[in-house]
Design a protein around this ligand. Structure first.
Ligand code: FES
Length: 580
């Protein structure tokens, strides 16, 4: 382990604001004291921010004010001064056009707040999908000591004796309605059963995946990911995280010490083992970009290729996060990866110990939920990266959520130019489509939508559903909700709105997909493709002003994390210019 603790005591960054008897120091302290803070809290002890994505508009994070109080207990107890502050909260369930459009805005907010304020370290409070990567991206770019605590998942949903998984059940039920298998009255009754406690989605969707990624990266305390939001142990986790950040500040243990290539490789392996969301691909690429780690789509395929999915959670499996927690949670999975030689045990974590030290004592309490490798949900977990003339920069598929019989497929394209075109056509009984067709959706990538919507798992046509067909090959430049499933090829890059080959696919073109060979091919003569590309005209117009304009101009492709080009990299904690 290469981490060396810094000397303590020493003068901290916050003392540049609060230290001494100058007019400026008095100015900075005096205003803070209007909150009733005793003078000795400014004596050089660590000043720790609690970066809170609490918002009643982000229901998954609506309980984070309570957790922030627990973090404060821990910080005070360890001899620090906690200061809670809000940042823009990208809530998945309500934001339009898509929460993904605002991940970078949140990350920018975090970065500027951390750098501009007198903070020596930060506790990142996140939950809903985009909040976790956004906070990690912002903190990584400033590189002051940082640790994440998640809000935790909702309790299991139950409806008529069956588990109801956030999102997953919704997608299933809406297909059942279209197929005539469920009544609208039952659908409405099921609504309340899906979300019966505070917390984030209870499936292994993007929120649970990203909480697991934070833990696998070493950026959260061991066991953080799975504790239900309302379990008292979630508060304990917050309290302990508060204690720990004070020690991290003293040791000067920073994100750049933890977020190494080994940490990212560990996270990719963990993603395969948990059957995690394809969204993790984009977010980890973006976080890596902030710390200068050259992570690529090929690393996802290389590290995740032979990782069996052993966590039997929806959307790929049967159970929910509550059961994952009772079974031992992510530490058990990491231990199994370590024992199988798939994890870098020497990767440093925010605890100051290595990953191997953190998980040495864990035990699997339920082998139905966290299965032994010989009873894995699928031997080919992970994310497969497909390439070919339809996706020169790559496209991804989650094999554990796909249908085995469609993993090698040749079919006739049925093309939807954008999501409105899809909505207008899909229920048309005269649409020339059957279960062997390949559904192609364009203009839903980072620039095209804008923001890269979670529409890649577009619903099947009712006339196909009525015949009992539940899956078809679908290809798009969109993302897919982590709670969704199907033979869905996503993130096709370059996206259609940038003139990628996806833009020129036409109805009736033949498309070949071979997941085992990592191949995606548009079976159209090369000269035809070239001619179509030459006559292609961009359809996405640049917005005239505002954040949408900034987003359009600067957002990168999905294959590099969809970060803003001017935000990639670390800018450190130095304030560009003093204002007082
Ligand atoms: Fe917020 Fe799923 S919608 S975690």
């Amino acid at each position: 382990m290469s981490f060396t603790k810094a000397a303590w005591p020493r003068r901290l960054r916050s003392q540049e604001w609060y230290g001494g008897e100058s007019r400026d120091a008095i100015y900075h302290r005096s205003w803070m004291k209007n909150q009733g803070l005793p003078a000795d809290l400014f004596d050089g002890r660590p000043v720790v921010g609690i970066c809170n994505t609490w918002s009643e508009l982000t229901p998954c994070n609506a309980h984070l004010r309570d957790l922030a109080e627990r973090v404060k207990h821990g910080i005070y107890e360890a001899g620090g001064l906690p200061v809670e502050f809000p940042v823009f909260s990208p809530g998945e369930s309500s934001l339009r056009p898509t929460a993904m459009m605002y991940r970078n805005l949140c990350a920018m907010d975090v970065e500027e707040a951390l750098r501009a304020n007198p903070l020596d370290g930060v506790v990142l409070l996140a939950g809903c999908d985009k909040t976790t990567p956004a906070l990690l991206m912002g903190a990584a770019s400033v590189d002051i000591p940082a640790i994440l605590v998640s809000g935790g998942p909702m309790l299991n949903g139950w409806f008529r004796g069956e588990r109801v998984g956030s999102g997953t059940a919704l997608w299933q039920m809406s297909e059942d309605i279209k197929a005539g298998k469920m009544s609208r009255a039952d659908f409405l009754e099921a609504e309340q059963s899906m979300s019966r406690s505070p917390g984030s989605c209870n499936t292994m969707g993007t929120a649970s995946t990203m909480a697991s990624m934070a833990e696998a990266l070493g950026m959260a305390l061991s066991g953080n990911a799975a504790i239900p939001a309302v379990d008292s142990r979630r508060r304990v986790m917050a309290h302990l995280t508060g204690r720990r950040i004070v020690e991290m500040v003293k040791d000067d243990l920073k994100p750049s010490d933890v977020l190494t290539l080994k940490a990212f490789e560990n996270a990719i392996c963990a993603n395969g083992a948990i059957g995690g969301s394809t969204n993790a691909v984009i977010h980890l690429l973006a976080i890596a970009g902030r710390v200068g780690i050259e992570l690529s789509l090929d690393d996802w395929d290389r590290c995740g290729r032979d990782i069996p999915t052993i966590v039997d959670l929806m959307p790929s499996g049967r159970f929910l996060m509550e059961e994952f927690f009772y079974a031992g949670g992510l530490p058990v999975v990491l231990k199994m990866l370590l024992d199988g030689g798939k994890l870098h045990g020497d990767a440093l974590t925010v605890s100051g110990s290595t990953m191997a030290e953190e998980i040495a004592e864990v035990r699997n309490w339920n082998e139905e939920v966290i299965r032994p490798v010989d009873r894995a949900l699928t031997q080919q977990g992970g994310i497969a990266v497909l390439r070919g003339n339809l996706a020169p920069n790559g496209a991804v598929i989650k094999p554990s959520a796909a249908s085995r019989h469609l993993m090698k497929h040749r079919g006739r394209a049925v093309v939807f130019e954008d999501i409105d075109h899809y909505k207008a056509r899909i229920e048309d009984e005269n649409l020339d489509i059957d279960e062997n067709s390949v559904m192609v959706l364009k203009n839903c990538g980072p620039r095209g939508y804008p923001g890269m919507a979670e529409v890649g798992n577009m619903g099947l046509p009712p006339k196909v559903l009525r015949r009992g067909i539940t899956d078809m090959v679908r290809i798009s430049d969109a993302r897919m909700s982590g709670t969704a499933y199907g033979t869905v090829i996503l993130h096709t890059s370059p996206e259609a709105a940038r003139g990628g080959p996806l833009a020129i696919v036409q109805d009736g073109d033949m498309i070949e997909v071979d997941v085992a060979e990592r191949r995606i091919h548009l079976d159209v003569p090369e000269e035809t493709i070239r001619a179509r590309l030459e006559s292609w005209k961009p359809t996405a117009r640049e917005p005239a002003s505002g954040y949408a304009k900034l987003f359009h101009r600067h957002v990168g492709g999905a294959d590099t994390g969809a970060d803003f080009d001017f935000l990639v990299g670390s800018r450190g904690h130095e304030v560009p210019r003093e204002s007082h």
